[in-house]
Design a protein around this ligand. Structure first.
Ligand SMILES: Nc1ncnc2c1ncn2[C@@H]1O[C@H](COP(=O)(O)OP(=O)(O)OP(=O)(O)O)[C@@H](O)[C@H]1O
Ligand SMILES: [Mg+2]
Length: 211
């Protein structure tokens, strides 16, 4: 633990979470997309972001590949690095949720325990584990970045599904098989989830509880 930590004091502002809920007309949530490389996490994340922004909903995508260029550029792909990657992104998601935004994260996040840690950090009521369940064969056939071919040749060590584990979520909040569901329909499912669970203000269950 950081030695200075015991001497630090939190300094909370006077703006509350409810103030931000009223301001943005939405309850903050993190849609945590998990699945194999090529399952469609980035594709769906940015498609949903586009839809939400078009409707005036403040949101932001935390994409694993993008974040590895900065915040997590010191990390590799060993299991402990992947865990640290998830931990940092979860803390950023939490901060963005605190700021009132909807967050869509797109990380393979292969280990159950690490995803459970993300849920703890972000808060159960703000966390929607969404498993993109395309099979490894479907993902390898897509191979949008040519990574499966390289991994099978041994050029990429610790590649999820080939030489590193992926632990399938046992009880995800949402499961979308992107091998059978188009991007448009997947976005519709995600959007419906947000409405049905009252994260957006367009339903009476929300507008009645907010003055
Ligand atoms: N129904 C679908 N949903 C999502 N992507 C699809 C679908 N059908 C085809 N694709 C294609 O599959 C590919 C998915 O790649 P994408 O980069 O989104 O995967 P990813 O899960 O982010 O992978 P990585 O973990 O390597 O970043 C894209 O080329 C996309 O166009
Ligand atoms: Mg991606």
């Amino acid at each position: 633990m950081n030695k200075i930590l015991p001497f630090l004091q939190r300094h909370d502002g006077t703006i509350t979470g409810d103030d931000r809920i009223r301001l943005f007309r939405q309850k903050p949530v993190t849609i945590w997309l998990t699945g194999l490389s090529g399952a469609g996490k980035s594709t769906l994340a940015f498609a949903l972001e586009r839809e939400l922004i078009a409707l005036g909903r403040p949101c932001y995508v935390l994409d694993g590949d993008n974040i590895r260029h900065g915040l997590t550029s010191d990390l590799g792909f060993r299991l402990e690095d992947r865990r640290e990657n998830v931990r940092r992104v979860a803390h950023v998601a939490r901060l963005m949720n605190d700021a009132g935004l909807i967050v869509i994260s797109a990380l393979i996040s292969p280990m159950r325990e690490d995803r459970a840690m993300a849920r703890e950090i972000i808060g159960h009521e703000h966390f929607v584990e969404t498993y993109l369940s395309a099979s490894i064969d479907a993902c390898a056939e897509r191979d949008p970045k040519g990574l499966y071919a390289k991994a099978r040749d041994g050029a990429i060590p610790s590649f999820t599904g080939i030489s590193a584990p992926y632990e399938v979520p046992l009880n995800p909040d949402l499961n979308i098989d992107t091998a059978r569901t188009t991007v448009t329909v997947s976005v519709t499912h995600l959007f419906a989830y947000l409405l049905d669970h009252c994260f957006l203000f367009d339903r009476p269950c929300i507008s009645q509880s907010i003055p």
